[in-house]
Ligand binder design. Structure first.
Ligand SMILES: [Mn+2]
Length: 403
């Protein structure tokens, strides 16, 4: 990536800091098998570096931005086993950061840097109370003993306005992730047969993604047949697919950490039953209507409100409810979230859309007693005067899904 873009991001972030504030961003730890190394998104966003364990510091000293990066020092005896570490020169070239030091100098420098600080923004501090402390939390614990007055806050407070507006390069990554996910989905629809296991379809997806040069999925894929589709975050993917089942796919490859997030629902037999078709048609209409609403100035709550109104009517027509306010029994999630480096990207739930946002539109109807779950999800870029459907090419019309 262009170091100019990275410099601009760091400057924009630093601009939001007061003189007595500092930001510390930790890279991800090395992976443990069978995970691949996946960089921390905030670290990657600010440095462009795919190296583990590094730490970035941004602060303002006497109105001047200070930016320092700490990386692992290469030790020749260890490099024989683990391979070469990135050098200071290489990391400077990729990140555009001038001041690069080794991690063994971090303690000394950070102790000094924190002396006159009131507040520290840090990445990755939100986890649940009963989980093991991560390295950021261990760091905070240590610092609190020495600097009891220092306040900590999550970096998302200040990085959110940056990350929710995507530039051309970011949209390219998203588009690539979406297109390749589409290839996987099409291949699944073609190859799926009754009696196959859901995880076989997952393997088809992984194969297509890998073949096209992407290694990661952005999140654990949902491959839910029949009644499993009524579990919103079903991810066991270990049932045998029944002969008249609908299969709900909620999947997305990641390209340079930018995730696609696509849902499609299709009949494994190649033919919808009459009832399945009726339900599908309702969800498809809602999906299309909500997509057409997307433009700057419209808020996520606006989209949610309209979705609930439309789905309530659908449920009445499908004779599932008698009273509109009972819609929650068959539709219980939001219709949209921001999309980016995280599949559920940082971005406020009540945000008002602006050009450069990328959001999902994903209405659904779930009827466990009929073993039917339908969700249709597209990824939508907000443009100056409307929207662009980035996943337009992935089949969702009934004729396209029937053989
Ligand atoms: Mn989604």
């Amino acid at each position: 990536m262009d170091t100019k873009i990275l410099n601009r991001r760091r400057e924009k972030l630093a601009k939001q800091l007061n003189n007595n504030e500092i930001t510390i961003v930790f890279a991800a730890s090395p992976p443990e098998y069978p995970r691949y190394f996946l960089q921390n998104n905030n670290f990657l966003y600010l440095t462009g570096l795919e190296i583990p364990n590094a730490i970035l510091i941004l602060s303002k000293e006497k109105e001047k931005n200070v930016c320092m990066l700490f990386i692992e020092r290469g030790i020749p005896e260890r490099e024989v086993w683990e391979g070469k570490k990135m050098t200071t020169e290489e990391s400077k070239q990729i990140s555009g950061i001038e001041k690069i030091l080794y991690l063994d100098e971090f303690d000394r420098i950070i102790s000094f840097a924190l002396l006159n600080k009131k507040k520290c923004f840090i990445n990755g501090i939100q986890t649940s109370l009963n989980s093991v402390l991560n390295k950021q939390q261990n760091f905070i614990k240590q610092v609190r003993d020495k600097f009891p007055k220092l306040l900590f806050d999550d970096i998302s407070e200040i990085i959110l306005p940056l990350r929710t507006v995507k530039n051309g390069w970011e949209i390219k990554q998203l588009q690539k992730a979406i297109d390749i996910t589409g290839t996987g989905i099409k291949s699944i629809i073609k190859k799926a047969k009754p009696g196959m296991m859901e995880y076989e379809l997952e393997a088809i997806l992984q194969y297509e993604i890998t073949r096209k040069g992407l290694r990661h999925m952005g999140f654990k894929p949902i491959i839910a047949s029949g009644g499993n589709a009524a579990t919103l975050h079903y991810e066991q993917n270990n049932s045998s697919i029944g002969k008249n089942d609908l299969v709900l796919l909620d999947v997305g490859a990641a390209c340079n950490n930018y995730c696609a997030d696509i849902s499609r629902t299709f009949p494994v037999s190649g033919k919808f039953t009459k009832r399945q078709k009726a339900v599908y048609k309702e969800v498809l209409d809602v999906n299309k209507t909500i997509i057409q609403m997307v433009k700057p100035g419209v808020s996520l709550p606006d989209l949610n409100k309209k979705t609930i109104e439309l789905i309530s009517n659908s449920l009445l027509r499908l004779k599932l409810i008698k009273d509109k306010k009972d819609y929650k029994k068959y539709y219980m999630h939001s219709v949209s979230h921001h999309l980016g480096m995280d599949a559920h990207d940082i971005g406020k739930r009540d945000s008002v859309l602006e050009a450069g946002n990328v959001i999902t539109v994903e209405p659904g109807i779930y009827i466990p007693e009929e073993k039917i779950g339908v969700r249709i999800e597209d990824d939508i870029l907000v443009t100056k005067d409307g929207y662009k459907n980035l996943s337009k090419k992935i089949p969702k019309e009934i004729e396209e899904l029937e053989i």
